[in-house]
Write a protein that binds this ligand. Structure first.
Ligand code: F1P
Length: 283
């Protein structure tokens, strides 16, 4: 391991930092890192670090950070890397789809992921297209636990960005504690079923079906319970460890957002009010 990444290896806690989709990737990455290594990890929205540095860095001894940004230019993310490197002497690893941008020029190391630098402003399946065409929903809820919570947040963000729909995200079992009051046949619930929490998550799925919700389930392998209670089941069937196959769980939300946006006469490639990168005025 080269010297630059030795600080990652020695870190007692890793911060995963980003904005928007990259923050939700950070949530999934922090959970995965902790489950794989047993070491401390947190996901932090870049704005939280900028506005509340003392809250985030209360005990920053031995901390290192992975700063995630498809573009490498998002102002808050770049500023967060600057703050860590220059004011707190905390080493950062830029995880980015775009090299030679402000982020990787500030970070101590860079993990370049060029395929991530796709052109869409908003970081697609014929069954989902037909499902969207044959249903009308008033609102959307995306549910996941552990590393799937960040993916549930990302699913909700795609629905909102691509179809200007109101979408919320919760930890699956949290949904019982009040938010379930919104459930009706015009509520579409996305269940991103984990292996570790499967039985408890399926209990919620069956309960919400009993309340009349419309259910879209994404699972690697689904049992009879999930099949009988899902209005649409996306079964991935990968022969891989759970943490090696997280990304495909967001495809359903991306396609649902795309087809819902098109159904509403919108242009998902030019989403309302959004830009591909958020650059703040004083940058
Ligand atoms: C972060 C981000 C995207 C969002 C939109 C605005 O971009 O919030 O997640 O979909 O494109 O920017 P980045 O830092 O990952 O380039």
């Amino acid at each position: 391991m080269d010297l630059q990444c030795q600080y990652f290896h020695d870190a007692t806690e890793l911060l995963f930092i980003g904005c928007g989709s990259s923050y939700y990737i950070a949530l999934a990455a922090a959970a995965s890192w902790k489950m794989i290594t047993g070491r401390r990890a947190r996901a932090i929205a870049a704005s939280e670090l900028l506005l509340y540095p003392d809250l985030v860095l209360a005990d920053s001894s031995g901390v290192a950070a992975a700063v995630i940004s498809r573009s490498g230019r998002t102002s808050e993310t770049v500023r967060a890397a600057e703050l860590l490197e220059r004011e707190h002497d905390i080493r950062t690893l830029a995880v980015t789809g775009t090299r030679n941008q402000p982020l990787d020029q500030i970070a101590s190391s860079t993990l370049g992921l060029p395929p991530c630098d796709e052109e869409s402003t908003v970081m697609l399946h014929p069954r989902i297209r037909e499902f969207v065409a044959s249903h009308q929903f008033d609102d959307y809820v995306c549910l996941g636990q552990g590393p799937f919570y960040g993916l549930a947040c990302e699913t909700a963000l795609k629905l909102t960005e691509m179809s200007v729909s109101y979408a919320q995200s919760f930890h699956t079992l949290e949904f019982r504690h009040g938010p379930k009051s919104i459930v009706s046949p015009k509520t579409l619930l996305f269940f991103l079923l984990s292996e570790q929490g499967y039985d408890s998550e399926c209990d919620v799925l069956q309960e919400m079906k009993g309340l009349g919700a419309t259910i879209l389930t994404i699972a690697n392998h689904a049992d009879k319970r999930a099949r009988e209670s899902s209005d649409l089941l996306i079964e991935l069937g990968f022969d891989l460890p759970e943490l090696a196959r997280l990304a495909p769980y967001v495809f359903a939300g991306q396609f649902a957002g795309l087809y819902t946006g098109l159904k509403k006469g919108l242009d998902p490639d030019n989403p309302r009010n959004l830009s591909r990168v958020v650059i703040l005025d004083d940058d």
